[in-house]
Design a binder for this molecule. Structure first.
Ligand SMILES: Nc1ncnc2c1ncn2[C@@H]1O[C@H](COP(=O)(O)OP(=O)(O)OP(=O)(O)O)[C@@H](O)[C@H]1O
Ligand SMILES: [Mg+2]
Length: 477
């Protein structure tokens, strides 16, 4: 098994490396030198040798990459040991650099070989961003604009793709790996990277200015409740209460806008579930990282290219009921499964949890009602609300604020119905005091003074919490 194409190997050692347009799939066509690469001017962390040299470096890398494509036998890449592949590519790069009379020192050459390997095997310019653990989201708006989210705030990066075709090629690679495709007939796709990161891609004509790629990176070390407290997302007292809520099997709904940390909170809360319980999780893209041993994970299936074979969350919730779960956790309710989830909560699967996309607890209830409607039953509003009121016990609202911090801003208990209305009381909230010019928010977490009804349940089960926890207006850290 040779990596080097035998007849090309000789040729490869005699031709000088030059930048020339090559008509392959267009992904790595070298740009003529007369067309300078457009590159955002923003300062920021650089992921390649910087600015003035960046163009040259990219040119060199692209040229070498192109030459390597001619020199190597692509069909054996998958069958080679990564170390062997790396060694051979390293050797070839060194030869090519010698011919080109571009002496690079060892660390420069290692970097170049790494970059080329990334281009050949991985996801090109995305690789350094994927490796950077401080980044939580990667957002690509066409080939020339790549943004990332760090510590809750968006930043423009100097990373670019060669052109939109290069970007499309990378998108293709991502979606092909999960057996999907992206083209004019299916211009939007959800996929997942091998490391578990969640991906959405949408291409023209739906994306007006070029392909759009959004990646929610998978947290290698998931954020747990202690970390959330450390980050100031909630005070330790709230965490203590949440622990009790999970322990005494209250049904919980976590509400928040997009990217506010709903899944993270669900994951952190689920850690309070007893090891001895059987947990079934249902998600559209498996993101939860439960630490318990007894977890049965289910994931929906999108329709295939002919539009067939879809398995929805709703079907999975129903199936889960036949799997003897102690608790059911639905990653996020979006549609008719809300009805089945509430039914499950009402019929002996107490302690179940889910999240919902809404900007306030009251809105979450309205959305839930709409979702029950999607299940296709013509239920009168009163009975839908009755279902909600008897199934749900606690709603938590989280928000990502202008300072980039995510906070638990409201914890509510549902207490029943009054006439046609679901009644709930706010137990804890975040009280915002002031905002600095730089967006920093000042405020405090306080109790409203209402002692929740679930405290009776706490007592029955012997769950103790600080007695002054519900004292009104006492600021908590
Ligand atoms: N309290 C927090 N402090 C700092 N970072 C957080 C916090 N909560 C979540 N994150 C990070 O923010 C990102 C979004 O979190 P998460 O996936 O939980 O949000 P979400 O509301 O479920 O998003 P979506 O609406 O896309 O499903 C993740 O990368 C996560 O690691
Ligand atoms: Mg989520």
């Amino acid at each position: 098994m040779f990596l080097r194409v035998q007849s090309e190997a000789k040729k490869g050692t005699s031709d000088p490396v030059e930048v020339k347009p090559v008509a392959n799939d267009g992904a790595f066509v070298s740009q003529p030198q007369s067309q300078p690469q457009s590159r955002p001017q923003e300062a920021g962390p650089s992921y390649r040798p910087t600015d003035a040299k960046a163009g040259q470096y990219t040119e060199l890398k692209m040229a070498l990459h192109q030459r390597l494509l001619d020199m190597i036998n692509l069909s054996v890449i998958d069958r080679m040991e990564p170390e062997e592949f790396r060694r051979e590519i390293g050797e070839m790069v060194r030869e090519l650099l010698l011919e080109e009379n571009r002496p690079l020192n060892l660390s420069e050459r290692t970097q170049l070989v790494d970059d080329i390997l990334d281009e050949l095997l991985g996801l090109g310019p995305l690789e350094p961003l994927l490796k950077d653990n401080t980044i939580t989201d990667i957002l690509v708006n066409g080939y020339a604009n790549v943004f990332v989210e760090r510590a809750g705030l968006l930043e423009h990066t100097p990373v670019t793709f060669k052109d939109d075709r290069h970007l499309l090629r990378i998108i293709d690679k991502i979606v092909a790996a999960v057996g999907r495709r992206v083209d004019e007939s299916s211009p939007m796709v959800d996929a997942r990277l091998a490391d578990g990161s969640r991906v959405n891609a949408i291409i023209p004509p739906l994306a007006v200015d070029g392909p759009l790629l959004s990646i929610r990176k998978f947290a290698k070390i998931p954020i747990n409740m202690d970390t959330l407290v450390e980050f100031g997302s909630l005070p330790a007292t709230f965490a203590e209460l949440l622990r009790g809520i999970v322990r005494c099997r209250r049904n919980v709904l976590i509400s928040g806008g997009t990217g506010t940390g709903k899944t993270t909170m669900l994951n952190a809360m689920s850690a309070f579930i007893d090891e001895r319980e059987r947990i079934v999780t249902i998600e559209d893209a498996a993101e939860l990282q439960l630490q318990q041993v007894h977890v049965a994970r289910l994931e929906t299936r999108p329709p295939n290219i002919e539009g067939k074979g879809e398995i929805s969350q709703r079907e999975l919730v129903r199936n889960a009921l036949r799997m003897r779960p102690d608790r059911i956790i639905v990653g996020e309710v979006r549609g008719g499964e809300a009805f089945d989830m509430l039914q499950a909560m009402n019929t002996g699967h107490e302690g179940s949890m889910t999240t919902i996309h809404a900007n306030a607890c009251r809105d979450a209830l309205t959305r839930l009602e709409q979702m029950i409607g999607m299940a296709g039953f013509d239920l009168p509003a009163r009975s839908m609300r009755g279902q909600i009121a008897s199934a749900l016990h606690v709603i938590i609202q989280i928000e990502r604020m202008s300072d980039g911090k995510r906070r638990l801003i409201s914890l509510n208990e549902i207490t029943g119905m009054e006439g046609e209305v679901v009644t709930m009381h706010e137990i804890f909230k975040f009280r915002r005091r002031a905002t600095d010019a730089d967006g920093t928010i000042h405020g405090e977490f306080v109790a409203t003074g209402i002692r929740p009804q679930f405290m009776n349940e706490f007592e029955t089960r012997g769950i103790e919490v600080s007695p002054d926890m519900f004292e009104p207006n006492r600021s908590m850290e």
